[in-house]
Design a protein around this ligand. Structure first.
Ligand SMILES: Cc1ncc(COP(=O)(O)O)c(C=O)c1O
Length: 468
């Protein structure tokens, strides 16, 4: 036994500074190594709107947003107040053999904001759990075994969701995964049609915009996929865990293509980032086929699903999104960010593409055409695919105090998911910072030397600090 536990406030005050040692000892030491090697090992003490604040009072513009959960910014007071109100009301949370008000109102509000095709909600506690539910519902509703997913897709990391994950690096070592799950090429209707032909496919699951790499579909792909699924009796599952709740400039990204899926997964931003949450919106036909009798009334569920804290946070998030006009703001500021950063493609040899929709944005790098830069790129890629992207993210963090991420394993794509409350001035600041780090990265040998030096320093600092 360690020190007597004390209240949360006491733990936060007395044990501040022990985060990394505790992580390395009890949580995930490899994550600790990554964070130290990149020099990201700040002691974060607070979150405030679009900013993370370290123990020296430095404010970092957070364009990672906790992987997209902080659409309203960190610690939004209205979401905090909603949670406090639930606590104050001492609600009859989770009666289990009974039903509650807040989950019902959240379902009503989400269904009202969804496409006409959905009529009901199944609450979950995370994005990956929502995906599990969608897969189960699709199989049970159709009586068919197979599920199709797109290459490069990311739907979460539990076993069912992993079975429809199009990235080998996540799957490797965890097989055998669910049988009957097969990849189709994102954007290719012909391969989809071929797979649907056998008549045994329960569902196609697809992210309207892929989170790994920020890949946008060809213009007619999603509507074409929906049409082909319908014709084949296959359900369409839209995974809006990342794209939902205003991220792309519409409440759900599927609105950009007028889709009417049978199942929609949401999570992440739905609770304003304050408590775990997720939900599946489902058509009445699917619900009635799966829960078709009293005996089968609880054939799927989850102990904490629809709990009062999550539901209240969800309702507060919907209120704030609307009152503050954040969806339209995401559309406007996303367009501005693209307008400011797309010209980099013409200005810099190493910028292949700048893309995005709303406040889901990415820049993709490509090798310089020749000279020392090109051979340096080749060396870096052989040493560690995707390393070149760190030439942008690491100086953004250290020199500009901006946090964003590489968009996936082994890819030279840098991605930003700004909170939807980001200001125009912050968007301009980010665009200027991106141009500065791209310009520096174009001088590849010196940029690589600086990155190498920083990473070596971070790694050795880690060795010095890590517990025996
Ligand atoms: C599109 C998509 N689906 C599902 C998930 C999994 O969500 P969670 O991490 O809440 O399980 C993610 C997470 O990044 C995601 O981006």
């Amino acid at each position: 036994m360690g020190i007597p536990l004390g209240s949360t406030r006491e733990i936060l005050d007395r044990r501040a500074g022990e985060e990394m040692a505790l992580n390395d000892r009890y949580l995930n030491p490899q994550l600790g190594r990554i964070v130290r090697t990149l020099g990201y090992d700040r002691r974060w003490v607070a979150g405030d709107g679009a900013y993370l604040i370290d123990d020296r009072g430095n404010r970092y513009l957070d364009l990672l947003s906790g992987y997209g959960v902080f659409a309203l910014g960190r610690n939004h007071p209205e979401v905090a107040a909603a949670i406090e109100q639930v606590m104050d009301a001492r609600t009859a949370n989770l009666p289990q053999l009974g039903v509650t008000l807040l989950a019902g109102v959240l379902a009503e509000e989400l269904v009202a904001r969804g496409p006409r095709s959905v009529d009901a909600m199944i609450p979950t506690n995370s994005g990956t759990e929502a995906v599990e539910v969608a897969i189960k519902l699709a199989r049970a509703a159709t009586g068919r075994p197979r599920v199709l997913y797109a290459d490069h897709a990311f739907h979460g990391l539990t076993l069912g969701a992993l079975s429809v994950n199009g990235n080998e690096e996540f799957r490797e070592g965890f097989e055998p995964l669910l049988p009957g799950c097969d990849a189709v090429s994102f954007g290719d209707l012909e391969s989809l049609e071929r797979e649907l032909g056998a008549g045994d496919v329960a569902a196609l699951i697809v992210e309207p915009i892929q989170g790994k790499g920020v890949n946008l579909p060809p213009p007619d792909y999603l509507a074409g996929a929906q049409e082909r699924c319908r014709a084949a009796g296959t359900l369409l599952i839209c995974d809006e865990v990342q794209t939902g709740l205003g991220r792309t400039g519409s409440f759900l990204a599927l609105e950009h293509w007028d889709l009417e899926p049978d199942l929609i997964c949401v999570a992440k931003a739905l609770s304003g980032g304050m408590v775990p949450i997720g939900a599946v919106l489902a058509s009445r036909a699917v619900m009635d086929r799966v829960f078709d009798s009293m005996e089968r009334g609880v054939r799927h569920g989850s102990t904490f699903g629809g709990n009062d804290l999550a539901a209240a946070a969800g309702l507060a998030t919907l209120r704030v999104l609307e009152r503050e006009g954040l969806v339209a703001r995401a559309e406007r500021l996303g367009a501005l960010l693209l307008e400011l950063t797309r010209p980099l493609v013409d200005r810099y040899e190493i910028v292949r593409e700048v893309r995005g929709l709303g406040l889901m944005w990415a820049i993709e790098l490509s090798p310089p055409r020749g000279g020392a830069g090109r051979s340096m790129w080749g060396m870096a890629e052989r040493a560690k695919p995707g390393l070149v992207a760190q030439l942008l993210t690491v100086p953004l963090f250290h020199e500009h105090r901006i946090l964003c991420q590489v968009a996936g394993h082994g890819m030279n794509v840098v991605k930003a998911l700004p909170p939807l409350i980001v200001s125009e001035q912050e968007v301009r600041r980010f665009a200027a910072a991106i141009e500065e780090v791209v310009a520096a990265a174009e001088h590849m040998p010196s940029a690589m030397a600086r990155l190498g030096w920083r990473m070596a320093r971070g790694a050795t600092a880690g060795r010095r600090r890590s517990p025996a």
